[in-house]
Design a protein around this ligand. Structure first.
Ligand SMILES: [Zn+2]
Length: 279
C-alpha cells in the first residue's frame, strides 16, 4: 500500500474513500483530456490494482484526481464506460476507430450454391435481419475473415466467390486446403453445409423483442433502468433522480456495435432482469 501510493500524485485519503460497488472511474491529470476511464464492480479494488501494475506506473504518476460515477450494476457500468471513452477520448485507453459503416456477411443462394456476400448497415437493417454472420469495421476485414475461415475449414475459394473459377480449380486446391469443390471432387451441398457450420458461431443475433426493453439493475433500493432497442442503448432512468438520461446521437432503431457487444450475452442468455416497455 505504501509502495502503491508512492507513485501516485492523488491524495491517499481519496483512495480509502473510493466506493466498493460498481461504476466507472476516471483518472485526471493536468491536461484537458482524462488520462484513463475504466469500469468495475468494485471500484476501489480495481483502482488499487492499477496502482500495483508496473506498466501503469507512469499513468498513475500523472494522475492527480480520480472521479467516480457509481452505477447500480455491472451492465450500467459497461454502458457508461463505453459511452464516456467514445466522447472523451482518454489518452491511455485504446483508441476506438470510428466505424463509418459496419459490414457483415450474408449468404446468397445461386444456381451453383450458397455464395457469401459482404453487406453493410445501409443495405441491411442490422439487428433486424437474420442470416448475417460477423460484424466488421470494413469490407476488407470481412473478406479477411472469409479467407481465414476458408483456410481453417478447407473451404473452396472459388465457391466462396473470392477467386475466379477456372478449370484447374482454385488456389487452395494446389496447396491442398480445398477439398476439391471447384473440380467436382466434393459435392457443392456438402461444401455449403461446412461453410454454414464455419459461420454459425459468428451469427449476428436478431433483436428478440418487438420493441424497446428496460434492463433493470438494483443495488439495495437504488434502481437503474437501461433502455435498449435493437441492440442500441438509448438511456438510463435512475430512481435517485427520478429522471431518464438519454444517450446522445442515437435514434431508437439504430444498431450500435458497442452496445451489442455488451448486451448480446446477458440478453440472449437471460442472465439479466428485463422488462418490456409499454408502447
Ligand atoms: Zn477449390
Amino acid at each position: 500500500m505504501a509502495d502503491a501510493a508512492a507513485h501516485l500524485s492523488v491524495d491517499p485519503g481519496q483512495l480509502a474513500e473510493l466506493p466498493r460497488g460498481a461504476g466507472v472511474y476516471i483518472f485526471h491529470g493536468a491536461g484537458q483530456l482524462p488520462l484513463y476511464i475504466g469500469k468495475s464492480v468494485d471500484i476501489r479494488a480495481r483502482v488499487m490494482s492499477h496502482m500495483r501494475a508496473p506498466d501503469e506506473a507512469s499513468m498513475m504518476a500523472q494522475t492527480k484526481r480520480i472521479d467516480v460515477i457509481e452505477t447500480a450494476g455491472e451492465i450500467g457500468a459497461l454502458l457508461l464506460e463505453s459511452r464516456l471513452i467514445k466522447t472523451q477520448n482518454p489518452l491511455f485507453n485504446q483508441r476506438l476507430r470510428r466505424i463509418r459503416s459496419l459490414c457483415s456477411v450474408q449468404l446468397h443462394s445461386t444456381a451453383q450454391g450458397q455464395v457469401p456476400q459482404i453487406v453493410d448497415g445501409q443495405s441491411v437493417h442490422l439487428g433486424a435481419t437474420s442470416g448475417l454472420y460477423g460484424l466488421f469495421s470494413s469490407r476488407h476485414a470481412a473478406v479477411g475473415k472469409l479467407k481465414a475461415l476458408a483456410q481453417q475449414h478447407s473451404l473452396c475459394l472459388a465457391a466462396l466467390g473470392l477467386e475466379k473459377a477456372s478449370a484447374r480449380g482454385c488456389f487452395g486446391l494446389q496447396i491442398k486446403t480445398c477439398l476439391g469443390t471447384c473440380v467436382g471432387l466434393e459435392d457443392r451441398q456438402t461444401h455449403d453445409q461446412r461453410l454454414l457450420s464455419a459461420l454459425v458461431d459468428s451469427q449476428v443475433e436478431v433483436w428478440p423483442f418487438s420493441g424497446p426493453v428496460d434492463l433493470v439493475e438494483e443495488a439495495g433500493n437504488w434502481v437503474q433502468r437501461h433502455r435498449v432497442n435493437n441492440w442500441c442503448y438509448l438511456g438510463t432512468w435512475c430512481s435517485r433522480t427520478g429522471a431518464m438520461q438519454h444517450s446522445a446521437n442515437f435514434k431508437s432503431t439504430d444498431f450500435d456495435l458497442d452496445s451489442y457487444k455488451i448486451l448480446v450475452k446477458p440478453i440472449m442468455l437471460q442472465t439479466v432482469h428485463l422488462e418490456l416497455v409499454a408502447p
